[in-house]
Write a protein that binds this ligand. Structure first.
Ligand SMILES: NC(=O)c1ccc[n+]([C@@H]2O[C@H](COP(=O)([O-])OP(=O)(O)OC[C@H]3O[C@@H](n4cnc5c(N)ncnc54)[C@H](OP(=O)(O)O)[C@@H]3O)[C@@H](O)[C@H]2O)c1
Length: 513
């Protein structure tokens, strides 16, 4: 999706590879919501700007707000302008919103569905969409199953006419392993699995996809990507924001459920997976599931040593004093919900036996940062120990995901001068600077792939369940009162001291972010 202005070869390859998606109507349930306004509409605009939407395209919104189609067009044009900045193309925005239609209704009201059928018939006649419909469930999770059941009952998932029908389902997919399994089972009673596109927007990020390219398009890293050369791996997903308007939802969810079975498990799977036999969706997904299935369950007695739960108190973030979690709107003033979690995990297979995987995620940390750090083992012999130089530090490879999109290899070099001194130096690749990547939301690739019917970057039922399996033993231990204490950390810090202690026990340290 990047616009490549500097490298003519890459630009040529990209232009050859990309073609507009086929004709379709995209129906967004929840079009007036935050996700649609902030991310989906700007992503559709970016696709249109690059000529990747079909000329035969219609956008149909379905939501509760009692507003006119005209008003919604105006509002969404404004949110796209805001998201895409001063250089946005007003003509493309006008084109996009002129293809927008709106059904204002409760999801459960029959007249709303009659209107949806009428609108789909109308756009079909006007735009020649070949009967292809992409449904996007941008709604609260309690609507996922009722909406899919309703779509099936309305015969909107019937592909017998030779057209395609697809449903994108947002996260959270379940709130534990049992509910995720139940949701998968119930969905599969009314729809074939290959129509379901379970989304994890992390997979839409270029730098997340680049982990695969980095690992499997380069010969030099694969031989050392294993327990013989790697000491440990750290995965950090740090947020500087608090719970914002999501206090009610978050207080029943917490950091472990909200981030680990999806985003962190995804980063873990891509970092640790075996090379797939091909680049097909099935081959890629098979290898990712195998990694998550190789994570041994954390035993209740390990929950104190291997899991840290934290909650933020008030503090300074970006020079602004912010409230503690318990003071946030819609949060229980005595809440025990964790806003931070750090875990020590293992992947029990031949490649990774004995290599710890440390993962941490939290809100109101001092800055936003997502990174994977591969920390290599020390050199076998410290040759420079008698020269007075400091002992060399182990090499690390840092895969920056956001906001810094980069890859950085750190190694030891000689400080210039007559005395033999060593220091750590860096070799940096900056993704954004190299490719001149413009603003994008991460949803562009995913929407485009869904329109093409490519499920490689979406989650299969077993991947979702494998993600939940990783954390279910911890949820069970916490529910049985076997979790550690809730450690409070100041907003604007790097997290609770207990997380530092956890990693220091093995003589290691978190990489500062
Ligand atoms: N927001 C994000 O950044 C984000 C990121 C990742 C995943 N997600 C997931 O995306 C989904 C949507 O999140 P969101 O933040 O956009 O939620 P939201 O702002 O609360 O939007 C919910 C949407 O559903 C509509 N709606 C609610 N009840 C309805 C009903 N009974 N009948 C018809 N329409 C109804 C609302 O319509 P009205 O506004 O007209 O009432 C609104 O359009 C959630 O599953 C969330 O977990 C969100």
């Amino acid at each position: 999706m990047a616009t490549l202005v500097e490298n003519p070869l890459v630009r040529e390859i990209q232009t050859r590879a990309l073609k507009p998606a086929g004709p379709c109507a995209m129906v967004i349930f929840g079009i007036t919501g935050d996700l649609s306004k902030r991310l989906l509409l700007p992503a559709l605009y970016n696709l249109a700007t690059h000529g990747l939407l079909s000329e035969h395209f219609a956008l149909v919104g379905f939501a509760l707000s009692d507003i006119t189609e005209e008003k919604l067009r105006e509002t969404l044009a404004g949110t796209i302008r805001e998201a895409c900045g001063s250089e946005c193309n007003l003509e493309t925005i006008r084109w996009l919103v002129s293809h927008l239609h709106y059904v204002s209704s409760d999801f459960e009201t029959a007249s709303g569905w009659q209107k949806l059928h009428a609108v789909l018939d109308q756009v079909e006649a006007a735009e020649d969409l070949a009967g292809n419909y992409l449904f996007y469930l941008a709604t609260a999770p309690e609507f996922f199953l009722p909406l899919v059941r309703r779509l099936a009952a309305e015969k909107l998932l019937d592909e017998s006419g030779g057209h395609w029908r697809r449903v994108i389902i947002e996260k959270p997919f379940g709130h534990d392993l049992a509910s995720a399994r139940a949701l998968n089972a119930e969905l599969l009673k009314v729809v074939q699995d290959d129509l379901l596109y379970r989304i994890d927007h992390y997979l839409g990020k270029e730098t997340v996809q680049n982990i695969l390219v980095f690992r499997f398009a380069n010969g030099i890293f694969e031989p050392i990507w294993n327990r013989r050369y790697i000491d440990h791996i750290q995965i950090t997903v740090a947020e500087s924001v608090g719970v914002e308007r999501r206090g009610r939802y978050y207080d029943h969810t917490g950091a472990l459920r909200d981030m680990v079975p999806n985003h962190l498990a995804q980063l873990l799977a891509l970092t640790a997976m075996e090379p797939p036999a091909s680049f097909s969706a099935t081959a890629l997904q098979n290898e990712q599931v195998k990694v998550l299935e190789a994570v041994p369950p954390i035993r209740p007695e390990e929950c104190v040593a291997c899991v840290v739960r934290g909650q933020y108190t008030e503090g300074m973030v970006s020079e602004t004093m912010v409230a503690g979690y318990r003071e946030e709107p819609f949060v229980d003033p005595n809440s025990q919900t964790e806003t931070y979690v750090a875990l020590k995990m293992a992947v029990d297979n031949w490649r990774w036996a004995g290599v710890p995987f440390f993962m941490r995620t939290g809100k109101r940390l001092h800055k936003r940062n997502t990174q994977v750090v591969v920390q290599f083992r020390n050199a076998p012999l410290s040759l420079f120990r008698r020269t007075g130089a400091l002992p060399p530090r182990p090499n690390s490879l840092v895969l920056g995901i956001q906001p810094d999109e980069n890859i950085c290899l750190e190694f030891e070099g000689k400080v210039p001068g007559p005395v033999l001194e060593t220091t750590t130096v860096r070799m940096d690749f900056d993704y954004g600077r190299h490719f001149r990547v413009e603003h994008r939301t991460g949803y562009e690739t995913l929407l485009y792939d869904a329109m093409l019917g490519d499920r490689s970057l979406f989650k299969r039922a077993d991947m979702i369940e494998a993600g939940w399996s990783v954390i279910q033993p911890i949820l069970d231990a916490w529910a049985a009162g076997r979790g550690g204490e809730l450690d409070r950390y100041g907003a604007g810090s790097e997290g609770p001291q207990a997380a530092e202690d956890m990693i220091h026990t093995g003589g290691r340290a978190w990489r500062p972010f």
